[in-house]
Write a protein that binds this ligand. Sequence first.
Ligand SMILES: [Zn+2]
Length: 323
Amino acid sequence: MRLGVDLGGTKIEAVILDEGGDVLWRQRVPTPQRDYNATLKAIAQLVEEGKYFAGICASTTIGIGTPGAEDKQGRMKNCNSTALNGRYLRTDLSSLLKCSISIANDANCFALAETLGGQGKKSLSCHSNERPVGDVLNVVFGVILGTGVGGGVVVDGKLLNGPNAITGEWGHNLMPLQARAMAGEKEEERQCYCGRINCVETFLSGPGLALSYQQCFGEKLIPEEIIGHMRNIESERQESAELIWGEYMQQLAAALAQVVNILDPSLIVLGGGLSAVPEIYRDIVPLMKPHVFTDEFDTPILPALLGDSAGVYGAAWLVDGIT
Ligand SMILES: [Zn+2]
């Protein structure tokens, strides 16, 4: 069994998985807003409830998925649930629950869950020329295309964690100049919340796509509206939406190709709101080919299978199984 907790901005969810990855127990509660101690208590209560249900002893390790990451001193940083920032979440939870805690951000949990229980698991049976170690793919790059853009790298079924806790953070790479020049107002820089300019996230997130449309056509549309117009040949905005979507795809292709040239993953799996657009999977590989340093590029790029559950499953897979 594995016990994982996904600490989100609006809900805290806990799950216990069996060795095969099936759910034995699952529970969610609202996240107490702007109250760190109440958040700790809510997590502790869920964990105790799960342990009681499954008869797990007190000394087990628990996996936690969080919005941000730990800094080198063990304090939380980059959390959009700001009550967590600067707090020693792992230490505090460990004292409260009297057990060790394994922590990873939500994009990393997503990548791990899709590798072990989602597209990675499914792909093993479909791609006989892969070189699996045990029963997992060599290298999987998990991508989030949502309100933000994140990523995680899984090697031989384990998350890659660098010394700065930023592995997979391609959303804050610089968008390649050639792809950037396609976007709306050609001269305008895009300020990222991280303090840098023209990060991949400022183009490929949902708000980034909306901004591209607005900068080009002066109208504020949400991503769903842009995609709806793009598909609707009767819409008077069809041509403009198709143009912006075409630019988005070129930018996605150029940005992903940079990751491929470094990691050469066996699989790229996309999650987050924009990953649900099927046209991505029809068009992305040919668009990437000119940017990738090989003539024969056919790496599978696939949509996530686990949906909203990936975060909490990934948290559970952070830890070794409890027997
Ligand atoms: Zn940034």
